[in-house]
Design a protein around this ligand. Sequence first.
Ligand code: TPP
Ligand code: MG
Length: 320
Amino acid sequence: MFRIRQFESRVITLVDDNEIPGVCHEYTGQEAVAVGVCSALASTDILTSTHRGHGHVLAKGGDVGKMFAELLARSTGYNHGRGGSMHIADVALGIYGANGIVGAGAPIACGAAHKFKVAGERNVAVSFFGDGAINQGVVHEAMNLAAVWRLPVIFVCENNQYAVSTPLREVTILEPYVRAQAYGMPSVIVDGMDVGAVYEAALSAVDRARSGEGPTFIECQTYRYFGHYSGERHMKTNYRSAEEMERWKQRDPIDFWANRLVSDGICAREDLNEMKRQVDDQIAAGVAFARQSARPAASEALNYMYAVSYPNTPAAGAES
Ligand SMILES: Cc1ncc(C[n+]2csc(CCOP(=O)(O)OP(=O)(O)O)c2C)c(N)n1
Ligand SMILES: [Mg+2]
C-alpha cells in the first residue's frame, strides 16, 4: 500500500514538471482495495484494470521502473512507451491491461475466465471497475454471462463515491452490490479502507471461483484523496467538501494498518519505517531508470501496432 502511495506522489510531481506527457488518474486513498484483492490471488490469476490502474498493476507485482518508463514514454516501459498510464499491461504477470474505456475490462475478464474454464485451468479473473462503470451496459452483460456460465470471475466495484464530479447517488438507483444480486451471484459490501476486510472478502470469492461455483461481486467503499485526474488540482472544483475529504482521510488505510500491526505486536514501528525507506529507494531508482531510458525513435512509430503472433494468424513478416 505504501509503494502505491509513494508511486502516486511521485507521479504528481512528474506530471507537474511535464516529465509525464498527458494526465494520470491517481489511486491515492484506494490502496487497500487493490492490495486486499491481489493478496488473495495466485500469480496465475489475472486482472483487468481501469483508467485509475497504477494501484492494480503494482499490487499484482508490476515493476516500478517499467511503470515509470511507460509514463515517461520510454522504450523500456511496459508498452514500449506507446500506451502511457491508461494502457499498462503485463500478460506474464496476469495484468490484462489498464483501460481508458469505463467498464471495458469486465467482458475481457469474462473472456479470460471462459478460457480458464474451457481449458480446465483453476485460475481466477478479477475485473476492477469504479462506481461510474456500474451504469455501463457492458458491465451488466458481463455479469449476466458470468453468472449463466458460472465463470470464475470476481467483479470488484471500487465505490469511491464519484464518477468524475458526479456523486453516485445522483445517477444510480440502488447500491452497486444490490444491483449485482439481481444476477444471482453472491454480492457483498465491504469497508474498502480496511485491507483486512477486502482481503477476507476476496479470499472467499477466490475459493468460490476456483471450485467452479461461479462469480462474486464485491463492492468496496472507498475514497480518492485527489481529483479525478492530475489536472483537477489546478481547477477550482467544489463538488467535494473539505469536511468530507477530511472525514475519509481520518480512516487512512495505511495509517490504520500500520497502527494495528504495531499495537498488535506484529511488527515494530522501526520495521515499518525501514520498509518505507526501502520503498522510497525503489521509487527513486524507478524514476532514475525511466529518465535514463531512450525514447522510441520516430522511425519505430509503427512498431507494435498489429499483433502477428496470435495462434493461426500468419506472420506478416513485419515486426509485431
Ligand atoms: C465508456 C466511457 N464513458 C465515459 C468515459 C469518460 N470517463 C472517464 S473516467 C470517468 C468516470 C469513471 O468513474 P468511476 O467508474 O467511478 O471511476 P473513478 O474515476 O471514480 O475511479 C468517465 C465518465 C470513458 N472513459 N469511457
Ligand atoms: Mg468512482
